[in-house]
Design a protein around this ligand. Sequence first.
Ligand code: SF4
Length: 322
Amino acid sequence: MDNELNGHEAHESQDTHEASNRRNFLRLGLSSGLGIGLGAAATMGLMAEGDSKGSAGSKVKLMSPDGKIVEVDSDQIVDIPRSVELVVREGVPNRKFVMVIDLSRCKNARKCKNACSKMHYLPPERSYIKVEKMQDAEKTAPYWMPTPCFHCDNPPCVKVCPVDATFKTSDGIVSIDNTRCIGCRFCMVACPYSARIFNWGTELYALNDEQKEAIKPHESCSPHLRGTVEKCDFCPNHTRHDKLPDCVKACPNGVFYFGDELDDTVSNGDETLRLSKLLKDKSAYRYLEDLGTKPRVYYLPPVNRLFPFVDPNEHPEKEHHE
Ligand code: SF4
């Protein structure tokens, strides 16, 4: 098996899974209008007023796929079985994954983005990690800031998902079950960090049959499903086996530290540090933490920087990649 996929456990066939998944069912519902079945309507995230499981004969109001409010009998609404067993949503036991990004070390080498895209079979036009040029004030020096998903402990993206397709696991990771996602994009609007991207067109990108079968779609955005939302997943195929995510391993400058809050340790592959001491000694902060999202990604301020800032747009001849 491809090394990229080592650690994936044997599981159900993707074809079988897709044939029966609720997302395909919902597609049918969308193309046929509300009349296809109120069960579909209830699980498409239609906003309901009142108890959707009220007593027989009572009425509830739902928003139809074309945005109209309709009134239906509550006993017409049925639950659709989950496409994923609940147990897979529990996460790695006794782990609380955390990431620390040292802004003083980043020189926009973009190795993290490339490794991430390779690991997730992403086409060139999509990336789960952004590296932004930042400048805190007019007279302060600019710096580079990588931004993955922050796997917030109070994630607004999870709260707004109408079909429970995105969820928080016990190990701290915010995951997406793409077979359940209906592509409403509420989560993209709710995320204050723009960490999520939408797959407008590429399905099962560049995967051979063995790779498709080896990937668990409910805890990784691969294989990609057209019309669904994707984002950084902290490489669950690695973290499940106490290995570092690919962005951490690929960075030549040791920018990313990853580890376990319960062990109080993080590593960038070269050095392993005490998490609490690192955060305290370097005055770590979390991006826009006053929003109350409680990100699981910490930043170390860009002080005593290791590299001069070079903007490839202004000085293309000085651009360095390592
Ligand atoms: Fe959700 Fe955005 Fe937080 Fe990631 S960064 S967990 S997508 S709110």
